[in-house]
Design a binder for this molecule. Structure first.
Ligand code: AMP
Ligand code: GLY
Length: 416
């Protein structure tokens, strides 16, 4: 079969690495891909939101299956458009992708279907929002309703900070349309984890739990980012917690979307807090997580092309996971998640046998690899213990010691 993967990040590189191992795949394409993806797939110069061009490409090149990585094309209706052309696509429709695209939709949906989540209220008026904050007190969480690349969330420790966040979103329009409505949530306390599943309508096949680290700097300090490192599976997230989350969150969400008349097909991602009262949803994403995918897929023993086909055809893919732990640390450009330079030379990494490199913001210029984004690449390793995997990763990262322009967290996998 011919497979097209849409996107250019680490998540897509990871999906393509796994698909490249498949005996079922004849031709692998990536649009637009990145500097590392060229090793596994033919990179096509079409951006992720150029849906007409992507459809043309898929039709002309007899693409049998398209997998969509990022969220923006989902909300633009890429799955609806591909399906209308009779093209097989592993991705939710734009109606189903609203679980990620609108936090207020997601919160109302969770309330309706009794899915555990933080208490909340929705506002468009700044004064009403501030009154609510003053009555509730801090800590409290302020979120832009729409997509904001992981940056539209403020966990405010004080009432003043929360009021500032309201002004920035509703008055100064820091997130433009995405912040026209805000959600104010109860602050949950506990350990975070992510659980992703392959979903086709009412069928839910969970993966292993992962833990992402969203803050830019060590000890969870600094601004929120798209994710600075991850590991999977997560020791403190027991199989009982995974079963509970599968039943009470992912299955209820899949069933609820069918009830709503917009059945979900694709990857459903729940970001959760393991609270004293059990797991509660922080957010839904309607796609593979980044960087969770880079530590989850390397542990999948199945042929990924077969898994996508099975799930789409309504068959149980019988997921099997390697009994190891994968750790991944993101190398980012100095300045990320704010502004940063591009085009900085990257060293040649010499990963050991159990380590691997997943590219995100890289490109090849005259045969040499340079940075081309905020999150540049991820160094991962899988080993029988988290300590060994972590030490392999940080050993490989010493190859970066003489390069300027990059930073990474030193504490991924070292404390949970
Ligand atoms: P989100 O973009 O919704 O995943 O939020 C980004 C980060 O903010 C999460 O990974 C959490 O660390 C934090 N966060 C979001 N919502 C809450 C909440 N209700 N309580 C505590 N922390 C939260
Ligand atoms: N790692 C969180 C996300 O993919 O949104």
């Amino acid at each position: 079969m011919n497979v097209l993967v849409i996107g250019k990040g680490g998540r897509e590189h990871s999906i393509l690495m796994k698909l490249a191992e498949s005996e079922r795949v004849d031709n692998l394409y990536a649009a637009p891909g990145n500097g590392g993806i060229t090793q596994h797939a033919t990179c096509v110069d079409i951006n992720e939101t150029e849906i007409d061009k992507l459809i043309d490409f898929a039709l002309t090149n007899q693409v049998d299956l398209t997998v969509v990585g990022p969220e923006n094309p989902l909300l633009d209706g890429i799955a609806n458009r591909f399906q209308a052309e009779g093209l097989k696509v592993f991705a939710p429709t734009k109606e189903a992708a609203l679980l990620e695209g609108s936090k207020s939709f997601a919160k109302e949906f969770m309330q309706k279907y009794d899915i555990p989540t933080a208490g909340y209220a929705t506002f468009t008026d700044a004064e009403a929002a501030k009154k609510h904050i003053k009555e509730s007190g801090a800590p409290i969480v302020i979120k832009a309703d729409g997509l904001a690349a992981g940056k539209g969330v403020v966990v405010a420790e004080t009432v003043e900070e929360a009021v500032e966040a309201v002004d920035s979103m509703l008055v100064d329009k820091a997130f433009a349309d995405a912040g026209e409505t805000i959600v104010i949530e109860e602050c949950l306390v506990g350990k975070e984890f992510s659980l992703m599943a392959f979903v086709n309508e009412g069928n839910v096949y969970p993966m292993i739990p992962a833990r992402d680290h969203k803050r830019a700097f060590d000890n969870d300090e600094g601004p929120n980012t798209g994710g600075m490192g991850a590991y999977a599976p997560v020791e403190d997230i027991t199989s009982e917690i995974v079963s509970f989350t599968t039943r009470e969150v992912l299955q209820k969400a899949a069933d609820g979307m069918m009830e709503e008349g917009c059945p979900f097909t694709g990857i459903l991602y729940a970001g959760l807090m393991q609270t004293e009262d059990g797991p509660k949803v922080i957010e839904f994403n309607t796609r593979f997580g980044d960087p969770e995918t880079q530590v989850v897929l390397p542990l999948l023993e199945n042929d990924l092309a077969q898994v996508f086909s099975d799930v789409l055809d309504g068959n149980d893919p019988q997921l099997q996971w390697e009994d190891s732990i994968a750790v991944g640390v993101v190398v980012a450009s100095n300045g990320y998640p704010g502004s940063y330079d591009k085009g900085v030379s990257l060293p040649n990494f010499n990963p050991s046998e159990s380590a691997y490199i997943v590219h995100a913001g890289t490109k090849k210029v005259e045969g040499k690899l340079v940075s081309d984004g905020g999150r540049v690449l991820l160094v991962g390793a899988k080993e029988s213990s988290i300590a060994d995997a972590t030490s392999e990763v940080y050993q490989t990262l010493t190859d970066l010691d003489n390069s300027k322009g990059f930073f990474y967290r030193n504490d991924i996998g070292k404390h949970s």
